[in-house]
Design a protein around this ligand. Structure first.
Ligand SMILES: Nc1nc2c(ncn2[C@@H]2O[C@H](COP(=O)(O)OP(=O)(O)OP(=O)(O)O)[C@@H](O)[C@H]2O)c(=O)[nH]1
Ligand SMILES: [Mg+2]
Length: 420
């Protein structure tokens, strides 16, 4: 007995619409859970140590921005104040009150600031770490949370040291001395192996900021790690690469969503343009290539926004319009026929839900290409912002790969010897 064609068609279309619905719901909920992830970062330390300035630097905001934390030489922060990330509303940095009062009690302080809500603590000191800092760290640890020590304003220390001993000034040696001094004090206060990061909020691209970012990312898990990688400013070539990798890992979800959506009867590949545009805008912002971010960077590195903009050379970086995206998508769909056939061999179920997986391939290709080219733009902008002024002012990005490796190895070796 033969099954009539009409039954087969009806059955096929029911199965297809069920599969499409199921897959798109699942993919959408994966993407939603990523976006819904919260990250609450507490920044604490003595009054005047540079907490608010550090928060603004992390948020990529200059002091004049209305969204920035208030900074200054007089005591300004009396209550925990949350500062929302300009691009990622679920990421917040908390500016906590100063810890330097004579009758400071770590446990009481932590209860007052609502310690449970934070994912981790950054303890900032601009001079020596003291008993207060160690006590606070112990209490944070006892409450099951992580903490990291940031020794701020190292640019200031370097300048002072150079003024005092211009003839024998060596930047690396001064940095090692500061680090050793911090670690020694914290050990004297009974902390075993404290992690100390030397930072200047005015020059995040230098010193230990990248190491801090790497350490935080390593110690966070899953979605929180992703949120951290996206929220911290990419001020080094390494940070740009990490951000790119973090975003790249989710491209297949967007592409799969695009292909199941365009698999619905009567829909074309171009139905996905709004979703693709939204994704591309978020990539561009994540790499600091939008007008706002370029403006803030220009203020921070004392360059003009126009000069930084000249480094944005990719086609989509220059013109992120629907027309441009449509053109690339159509080209990608044409070129994607072969790739779609390969895909069908690897994932045979694809054939049942989409016509050849072309939407998948086109979206996947477009997002990959855009991500790569935005990352290159971001690197060029960074070079221009920080890299062309010679080593003393942070010429790290402009050094050759071999020279970078040589310098970081000698710095790491010196630190290891020193720590031993
Ligand atoms: N040179 C230099 N100055 C800094 C740095 N960070 C902060 N400052 C300066 O230090 C002063 C105090 O900075 P704030 O960020 O307001 O300090 P705070 O810890 O928030 O102070 P309170 O809110 O009073 O507890 C300001 O004049 C900042 O410009 C830095 O990395 N380098
Ligand atoms: Mg403050």
């Amino acid at each position: 007995m033969e099954i009539p064609e009409v039954d087969l068609k009806e059955m096929g279309s029911l199965i297809q619409s069920r599969v499409v619905l199921e897959v798109s719901n699942q993919v959408q909920s994966l993407l939603d859970s990523l976006e819904a992830t919260t990250l609450e970062i507490a920044v604490t330390g003595e009054s005047g140590s540079g907490k608010s300035t550090f928060i603004n630097a992390l948020l990529g905001l200059h002091d004049g921005d209305h969204r920035a934390a208030v900074t200054g030489v007089i005591e300004t922060t009396a209550w925990p104040s949350p500062y929302q990330h300009p691009r990622l509303p679920r990421v917040r940095l908390w500016d906590l009150p100063g810890t330097g009062t004579p009758c400071f009690q770590a446990e009481r302080y932590l209860k007052q600031v609502g310690f449970e809500r934070y994912d981790f603590f950054i303890i900032v000191a601009s001079e020596r770490f003291r008993q207060n800092h160690a006590e606070l760290a112990r209490a944070i640890g006892a409450m099951g949370k992580r903490f990291y020590f940031v020794r701020s304003k190292v640019d200031q220390d370097l300048r002072a040291s150079q003024k005092r001993r211009p003839a024998c000034f060596q930047e690396a040696r001064v940095l090692r001395e500061i680090e050793a001094d911090c670690i020694r004090h914290l050990k004297q206060e009974g902390l075993d192996s404290p992690k100390v990061f030397l930072v200047s909020s005015f020059e995040l691209h230098r010193f230990d900021f990248q190491r801090l970012q790497d350490t935080l990312a390593e110690e966070l898990e899953g979605h929180k790690r992703h949120a951290l990688l996206l929220s911290f400013p990419s001020v080094t070539a390494a940070a740009v690469q990490k951000k790119k990798e973090a975003l790249r890992r989710h491209i297949w979800k967007k592409a799969l969503l695009a292909c199941v959506v365009s698999a619905m009867p009567g829909r074309s590949l171009h139905i996905n343009i709004p979703m693709i545009m939204k994704t591309l805008h978020s990539y561009r912002q994540n790499f600091g290539l939008d007008e706002d971010s370029l403006g803030a960077l220009a203020v921070m590195c004392s360059k003009t926004q126009c000069i930084l903009k000249t480094q944005v050379c990719s086609a989509l970086g220059k013109d992120l319009s629907e027309n441009a995206v449509q053109t690339i998508l159509s080209q990608a769909a044409l070129g994607g026929q072969v790739a779609a056939r390969v895909l069908k061999n690897r994932l045979p179920f694809f054939d049942s839900i989409v016509a050849g997986g072309i939407s998948f391939v086109a979206t996947y290709y477009l997002l990959h290409t855009a991500l790569d080219s935005f990352a290159l733009d971001a690197q060029r902008v960074l070079e221009r912002a920080y890299g062309l002024e010679g080593e003393d002012c942070g010429g790290w990005l402009s050094l050759s790969g071999a020279e970078k490796r040589r310098r970081s190895l000698s710095w790491q070796a010196a630190s290891l010897v020193h720590r031993a």
